[in-house]
Write a protein of this length. Structure first.
Length: 214
């Protein structure tokens, strides 16, 4: 227990770092995921191609490699931002591909007649998607989106290898100070458990309120 009590500030800083990464990256992932899902079902061919390439590339690229590309590659093109921002972009873009596919699977569950009826009323593609299709699709994809964001929270641990403050990185300092590595990781695991269970609880509430009844 002394590992936690004597280093509570260090653990707290790492916990808040992971929490911030998770929240900001989730926002980026959800926005881009919804946008790419819209592209993938758009009537414009170039949009569909762009969405398909986005998902294919990011889903098949190791996250660590994406971190190297963003954190070390973008500065070579004159894009200089804090490492925390680069980490959020890497995590958010990577996770957006999985959000996109989860949402697209939900869109495919919506009967085609719904979209056809909306278009017969004179609604545009954007109006049909936003007002008719996506609200119904979202109800069926709440659990997989929740699981994807839980995975994002755990994936944020990679950011520690790139000088970004997060929970897993605290073990380096504690190990140098001579604390038990076992208990160091136990409390790190507890921190991640708090974050992932919180995400799970939020999506459990959303599922009970908006999910499709089985």
């Amino acid at each position: 227990m002394n590992v936690l009590t004597e280093n509570f500030a260090l653990y707290g800083k790492g916990f808040l770092g992971t929490l911030e990464l998770t929240v900001y990256s989730s926002i980026v992932a959800l926005v881009l995921g919804f946008l790419m899902a819209s592209f993938r079902v758009a009537p414009v061919g170039s949009f569909r191609v762009f969405g398909t390439v986005w998902v294919t590339v990011l889903r098949n690229t190791p996250l660590t490699l994406l971190f190297f590309a963003v954190l070390l590659g973008l500065p070579r093109f004159g894009i200089v931002l804090p490492f925390e921002v680069f980490a959020v972009l890497a995590l958010g873009c990577y996770t957006s591909a999985f959000i996109c596919e989860a949402l697209r699977s939900g869109i495919n569950t919506v009967p085609k007649g719904q979209g056809e009826a909306a278009r017969s009323l004179g609604m545009s593609f954007g109006q049909t998607l936003g007002a008719v299709v996506l609200p119904q699709a979202f109800r069926s994809v709440i659990p997989p989106i929740g699981s994807t964001l839980i995975a994002l929270a755990k994936n944020s641990a990679i950011a520690g290898a790139f000088s970004v403050t997060e929970l897993l990185g605290t073990y380096k300092t504690l190990n140098e100070l001579g604390y038990s590595i076992v208990w160091t990781f136990v409390w790190i695991a507890v921190g991640y458990l708090i974050i992932t269970l919180s995400i799970s609880a939020v999506f459990h509430v959303l599922e009970k309120r908006y999910g499709v009844a089985r």
